[in-house]
Design a protein around this ligand. Structure first.
Ligand SMILES: [Mg+2]
Length: 120
């Protein structure tokens, strides 16, 4: 399963990719911001998106809203962010985020959320 991970932090992308690899997901593509994320989506094959919220160029919320207007609208989206306030979470869910992980997270939490999205 091809997973797209978007984060402006190289370190965070590495953490997420390492976690994904460890739990068995080896096909991971990455982007530094929402704009690049949209390009990766257009390359095709992505079945799950894991995106940060706060990023330059195009942030995660804007990215999610854009994705929902495209042919990629049905791809499940997990948001990984430091924005833990209830109103932020509500806003993200309203925009079309399927689930939410607050940083810092454990590999176990990330795994659980991903499996929820994949298996329903
Ligand atoms: Mg960020």
């Amino acid at each position: 399963m091809k997973i797209l991970t978007i984060d402006d932090s190289t370190t965070m992308r590495r953490i997420i990719i390492n976690t994904l690899n460890r739990i068995g997901y080896k096909d991971v593509v990455q982007a530094e911001n929402g704009k690049e994320g949209l390009q990766r989506l257009d390359e095709g094959g992505v079945e799950l998106i894991i995106t940060d919220w706060n990023m330059p160029e195009m942030d995660g919320l804007e990215f999610v809203k854009k994705v929902k207007t495209t042919a990629h609208a049905s791809i499940p989206i997990l948001m990984v962010t430091t924005n833990a306030a209830k109103e932020d979470i509500v806003e993200a869910l309203k925009a079309g985020v399927n689930n939410y992980v607050v940083k810092p997270f454990t590999p176990e939490t990330l795994k659980e959320k991903i499996e929820l999205l994949i298996n329903g």
